[in-house]
Design a protein around this ligand. Structure first.
Ligand code: GKR
Ligand code: MG
Length: 418
């Protein structure tokens, strides 16, 4: 089996006006869809970021994959490293910075390679990852404060979640997520309002859902001293506290007085960050993400380090489509120490690029696809439509801060905000 072409198609899909410390989501989120074709007529799929920097790397790498055997993941690694860093070494150096772009490029195509490997033997992808340990992977209700509609976009219909900036509206959002999808844990995206207000929202959630584990994620919006002041209020309320502060050093400081596990998808984001993370005992849970850790096998490696160094594993999410969701679910099914329900933005998405529309979330979980490979196929009409949407929307890089200035011209995304 030899690769005959690799195609990267940027898409834009509708995204609600969700609030976070950086600002507010724009009317469209960007992704890239990867198709790798082989001489035996198979197509392997991948999905990654859709910003110009990522697209440049993926487009530079794509032609260099022609002729490779999709089982040759080492060749993929070497070529990704060469394209992104210029180095002829087989693999990126494990340093404290700088490997992320290589990992993103590997991750985007590795999923497609693994999809091809599994399809070629007629087995589901989880089997080439060592086999599944569970039939379904759990996800959490990912709550956001949000505006009712996008500003400056009169043609864009308001979503059906409404304005969610009060405690009651966020509880209503959680109720709907739980009724529709059966989630059994809850994450609140924070860093938007005064922390005391956001903790009051958490208390409302606790009252409405007494047995659902709660998490809050201010994306580094709080200082160490603010987090210290808030700790008595958070004590006993949280399953974990995600990225209250913005660096490993600060997370290490918070860890000395935190009464619950700390989690991150911002401070420990490369293998080179693991030694400092452990040295400082900076976090007790790492949110894996195959898109930037270097693929599905790298995600398994990260989870294995968790077993060695005693940190828990959860999973991070950005706005994404069903190809990523299937990949997350396959790898999640193979990780013994996936201790927490994973994040997903999927309930916020109304458009889809895979055949048959959106994957089903039932009882808070997604069933691991059992068809050959990833178990999802591209809907070519949808791909063409979402690519046209990309061409038309004019967004080329996510910029929540500029979007927020349409509502509040004085908005400053600097962190810590509080
Ligand atoms: O989409 O607003 C968002 C999230 O804040 C996202 O950008 C984060 O990467 O969900 C993510 C997180 O857990 O930090
Ligand atoms: Mg986070």
């Amino acid at each position: 089996m030899k690769i005959t072409s690799a195609i990267v198609t940027p898409i834009a899909f509708r995204d609600p006006p969700l609030l976070n410390v950086a600002g507010v989501h724009e009317p469209f989120a960007l992704r890239s869809i990867i198709e790798v074709q082989t001489d035996n007529g198979l197509v392997g799929l991948g999905e990654s970021y859709g910003d110009l920097g990522t697209l440049a790397n993926l487009n530079a790498l794509a032609p260099l994959l022609v002729g490779l055997d999709p089982f040759d993941l080492n060749a993929l690694t070497a070529r990704a490293n060469k394209v992104v860093t210029g180095s002829s070494d087989f693999a990126p150096q494990i340093s404290t910075s700088g490997t992320r772009a290589v990992s993103v490029a590997i991750g985007a195509f590795e999923v497609a390679f693994l999809d091809l490997q599994a399809q070629s033997i007629g087995r589901p992808l989880y089997e080439v990852l060592g086999g599944k340990l569970r039939d379904a992977v759990s996800y959490s209700a990912y709550l956001f404060y949000k505006f009712e509609r996008h500003r400056d976009d009169p043609g864009y219909p308001a979503d059906d979640w409404g304005d969610c900036r009060t405690h009651e509206a966020v509880v209503g959002q959680a109720r709907r997520m739980i009724e529709e999808f059966g989630f059994s844990s809850i994450k609140l995206k924070a860093g938007v309002f005064e922390p005391d207000y956001e903790i009051e929202t958490l208390r409302h959630l606790r009252t409405a859902f007494p047995s659902h584990p709660l998490r809050i994620d201010p994306n580094g919006g709080w200082s160490v001293e603010t987090t210290r002041r808030l700790m008595p209020q958070l004590d006993g309320l949280l399953e974990y506290l995600e990225d209250p502060t913005n660096s490993l050093a600060e997370m290490g400081d918070v860890s000395t007085f935190a009464t619950m596990p700390l989690a991150t998808n911002m401070c420990t984001v490369e293998f080179g960050h693991i030694p400092e993370t452990i040295r400082r005992n900076a976090v007790q849970v790492i949110l894996s993400d195959h898109h930037y850790w270097g693929g599905l096998r790298a995600t398994q490696h990260l989870a294995h380090l968790g077993r060695i160094f005693n940190f828990g594993i959860s999973m991070h999410s950005n706005s994404h489509m069903g190809i990523s969701f299937a990949a997350m679910t396959h790898v999640g099914s193979t990780i013994p120490n996936l201790d927490y329900a994973c994040d997903t933005h999927y309930p916020w998405q109304v458009e889809e690029v895979i055949e048959g529309g959106k994957l089903e979330i039932k009882n808070g979980s997604v069933a691991v696809p059992t068809g050959p490979g990833l178990g999802v196929k591209l809907d070519r009409d949808a791909l063409a439509r979402l690519h046209q949407q990309y061409l038309d929307c004019g967004i080329r890089k996510r910029d929540d801060a500029t979007e927020m200035r349409k509502y509040d011209p004085s908005f400053n995304p600097a962190r810590p905000r509080y």
